[in-house]
Design a protein around this ligand. Structure first.
Ligand SMILES: Cc1ncc(COP(=O)(O)O)c(C=O)c1O
Length: 383
């Protein structure tokens, strides 16, 4: 019954693993990539009021003009980056949908897409669903998981249609600064490769200010599809609202697909998202708390011999378990069954990462402390 290319598609390594967690009690989950905070009250209140007022209809396919305008104003005010809210912004159901739409809008079957690994699980899957081909640029812990420019130059020779950049990065927490983005652009600018820039973690940056890839040079904007949303920064994963900013030809193509498959993002979520731009104090509070947890967990993981680079952004660390002679899946399964701590095996983010685990520190400091006690006991027992 099922189409061959879907049958052959590997399931998400994260979901697969977390099916094991379901039904187990007292598990400390350092697995799923979502904020442990509840959406700030002022945002929830707007959603409640909208419901009370009976705002329950469809919106325009592109999304509420008021939200597109708020996004446009935000980028212009903060970065002097101009996107016309009429034709260069589309509201989507999370960054997930925007990512799917951007790939579907630009790729022909057999086109190539550069995916930087370790990578967010959806990048290769959504590329393959279209019949296009991910080509991987594998980063290494010895190089701080940053893009190797020589490797990028080599892959570019294959004339990929697009490259997916993710800054800050899931699962490594890597943040590329302006100079590094400029070096990447110097290579890309001579090509026809489009840039899909997933900036969903842009606000969770502990070392500097967010920097949209479109700003890297005057000509970068035309070739970049900027993706962002509200899930991570404003703890709004369940609202399912994101957006894409790009030139009008690309946004129009994405809107065409979106209008047939989704119609529009939920109106209540769109109304709530407008308020998110005003929740800057709450955003800072959450970010400071993530930073405190990061400092704790990185120090402790290194103390336990799990080599971990201090992540500059997002809320993950990607730790080396090489010392313990178990592959990542076995390590994660045993840690789960013996000590009830859930982490994600590195192989969920690329087959080369069987010596790594991803740990999400979007969990309370109290839980992180208890998780470290359990991990330490686990490591003593497997020695
Ligand atoms: C890198 C990256 N991009 C996109 C998403 C999807 O975000 P959204 O909830 O906006 O669909 C995630 C979620 O984990 C992510 O890690």
């Amino acid at each position: 019954m099922i189409a061959k290319h879907i049958k052959n598609l590997a399931p998400s390594g994260i979901r697969e693993f977390f099916d094991l967690v379901l039904g187990m009690s007292e598990v400390i989950s350092l697995g799923v990539g979502e904020p442990d905070f509840i959406t700030p009250w002022r945002i929830r209140e707007k959603a409640i009021t909208a419901l009370e007022e009976g705002l329950t209809s469809y919106t325009s396919n592109k999304g509420l003009f008021s939200l597109r305008k708020a996004i446009s104003d935000f980028y212009e005010k903060r970065y002097s980056l101009k996107y016309n809210p009429e034709e260069e912004i589309l509201i989507s159901v999370g960054v997930s949908e925007a990512l799917d739409l951007s790939l579907r809008a630009i790729l022909e079957p057999k086109d190539k897409v550069i995916v930087i690994s370790p990578h967010f699980v959806a990048y290769p899957a959504l590329t393959e669903i279209i019949g296009a081909k991910p080509i991987y640029l594998v980063t290494r812990q010895e190089e701080n998981f940053k893009i190797n420019l020589k490797e990028l130059k080599r892959l570019i020779l294959q004339k990929p249609k697009a490259i997916i950049l993710n800054n800050p990065t899931n699962p490594t927490g890597v943040v590329y600064g302006v100079d590094e983005l400029k070096e990447i652009w110097e290579i890309l600018k001579k090509t026809d490769t489009l840039i899909i820039s997933d900036e969903v973690y842009d606000e969770i940056n502990y070392v500097g200010k967010p920097f949209p890839f479109s700003l890297v040079s005057k000509n970068a904007k035309e070739k970049t599809i900027l993706l962002n949303g509200f899930s991570k920064a404003y703890a709004m994963t369940g609202f399912r609202v994101g957006f894409a900013c790009a030139n009008k030809e690309i946004i129009s193509a994405m809107t065409k697909i979106h209008s047939f498959s989704i119609m529009c993002a939920p109106i209540i979520s769109q109304i709530a998202a407008i308020e998110a731009f005003k929740a800057q104090k709450e955003l800072m509070q959450m970010k400071n708390e993530y930073k405190r947890r990061r400092d704790f967990i990185v120090r402790e993981l290194n103390r336990l011999g799990l080599k971990t680079i201090k992540p500059d952004g997002a809320f993950y660390c990607f730790s080396l378990i090489e010392k313990y002679k178990l592959d990542a899946l076995e390590f994660a399964k045993r840690l789960l069954f013996q000590e009830k701590v859930a982490v994600v095996p590195g192989t969920a983010f690329g087959k080369e990462f069987s010596k790594f685990i991803r740990i999400s520190y979007a969990n309370s400091l109290e839980n992180l402390k208890e998780a470290i006690v359990r991990i330490e006991r686990f490591l003593k027992n497997i020695c």
